[in-house]
Design a protein around this ligand. Structure first.
Ligand SMILES: Cc1cc2nc3c(=O)[nH]c(=O)nc-3n(C[C@H](O)[C@H](O)[C@H](O)COP(=O)(O)OP(=O)(O)OC[C@H]3O[C@@H](n4cnc5c(N)ncnc54)[C@H](O)[C@@H]3O)c2cc1C
Length: 370
């Protein structure tokens, strides 16, 4: 009975808000409404990070057991969704491939990547310039814009509701829905400004990407350099390849045009050509040494986004919001996913669901006392 279901509000329609809303909805116990300023079908904006991700699943849990668990659950979900004849692959969302993580920084990622299919070390002979070790395994890359739309459609076809609103304070959700049992806040970088949260530990980690038309590239690659540099190459099922490498803390990209920076585009293409010359067209490589100009001819898109980084890591916690005098409802926080929002999404959504149910069960009809 639809009317017996509790009303849950999710703030935010990025990958974190969408996957959380779906996890909650698929219990069959709740009516879920997403309230958000921006949705996947809107034009891309610097205020919505999810549009700018590559996105691949290559864990950088760095010894953090909590992140490893979130990554692992998400990988298992994506691996299942990307079965060769699965719904996600048929819809052009996933690309399964071999990824090689090259390291020049002396860090051994085996402890947090060892569950990936066919995980093994690269022989010394196959190392690339700038690397001292390498690890290869199977993983998945998402066709990000299509994947976000797919999540939204899945939520709507499951009976979900969406409302567009640019909230100034989380308490404003109480004006839009009668008697919600709980709120789940997934505002990404917006957590820094949204009243009732205003989390000053949130800061941007700016990234810039270039999308190249290079259907001959079938495998992914990353290089973490000794100097802290980071270069990545992610092939999508469309034949496009997302390349990039910038991670600039506290850079809000406030230039008037809000466009990618040309100097960074050149630097990305230079780095990518150095670590994977095969990205240049085979016809060019057959005749001469490829140059950055050869890659510029392949550009189909580019962009920059603000990863919602957070001192202290992802916030998965519960507190409360006053609904009326003396009566509170639970607020679950799920934000601060930095450069791993896609690859931790389903795991984070499960934790958020557990917090939600614990809070609701703890207060009978969904109310908390102060
Ligand atoms: C260049 C680049 C490459 C990346 N590559 C990868 C990758 O390969 N793998 C990976 O896992 N991750 C990757 N990421 C990181 C990933 O994109 C983010 O972690 C993820 O998108 C964060 O999602 P989110 O839902 O938390 O935030 P967002 O996508 O920003 O969504 C936030 C939502 O909250 C809403 N909102 C915020 N404030 C308010 C308000 N006041 N009122 C109403 N609504 C509000 C917004 O409108 C939006 O809908 C990459 C990021 C960048 C920039």
């Amino acid at each position: 009975m639809l009317n017996d279901r509790k009303e849950i509000i999710v703030i935010g329609a990025g990958v974190v808000g969408l996957t959380t809303a779906i996890r909650v909805q698929e219990t069959g116990k709740y009516n879920v409404t997403i309230i958000s300023e921006t949705f996947p079908t809107d034009p891309r904006t610097i205020r919505y990070t999810s549009h700018w991700a590559g996105a691949h699943h290559v864990s950088h849990a760095n010894g953090d057991a909590r992140i490893k668990a979130l990554d692992k659950e998400t990988f298992e979900t994506m691996w299942q969704d990307s079965e060769p004849d699965g719904r996600g692959t048929v819809a052009g969302l996933f690309f399964r491939h071999t990824h090689t993580e090259f390291r020049g920084d002396g860090i051994d990622p085996s402890p947090w990547l060892d569950y990936m299919p066919n995980f093994c070390a690269v022989s010394e002979h196959d190392l690339i310039p700038g690397s001292t070790a390498g690890y290869t395994f199977n993983t998945v890359t998402l066709n990000t814009p299509a994947y976000l739309n797919w999540l939204l459609v899945r939520f709507l076809s499951g009976g979900g509701t969406t409302k567009r609103s640019n909230l100034q304070h989380i308490s404003q959700v109480l004006d839009t829905t009668t008697n919600p049992a709980a709120v789940i806040a997934c505002p990404g970088i917006g957590a820094r400004f949204l009243g009732g949260i205003e989390d000053k530990d949130i800061y941007p980690l700016r990234g810039q990407t270039v999308v190249l038309r290079a259907p001959w590239i079938k495998n992914g690659r990353t290089l973490s350099g000794a100097d802290g540099s980071f270069v990545f190459m992610m092939p999508r099922c469309t034949g496009d390849v997302v390349v990039g490498g910038k991670k600039v803390p506290d850079d809000w990209q406030v230039s008037p045009s809000r466009t990618p920076r040309p100097a960074e585009r050149t630097s990305i293409l230079t780095d990518v050509l150095a670590f994977c010359p095969e990205i240049a067209p085979p016809s060019v490589r057959a005749m001469r040494e490829p140059t950055v100009k050869d890659l510029e001819a392949l550009i189909v898109d580019e962009g920059c986004g603000l990863r919602p980084a957070r001192k202290g890591g992802i916030r998965l916690e519960v507190s409360s919001l006053e609904r009326s005098e003396g009566k509170n409802i639970p607020v679950v926080y799920n934000y601060g996913h930095s450069g791993m929002g896609f690859q931790t999404s389903w795991g984070s959504a499960s934790v958020a669901l557990g917090l939600l149910e614990g809070a609701i069960d703890g207060v009978g009809d969904g109310e908390l006392s102060k």
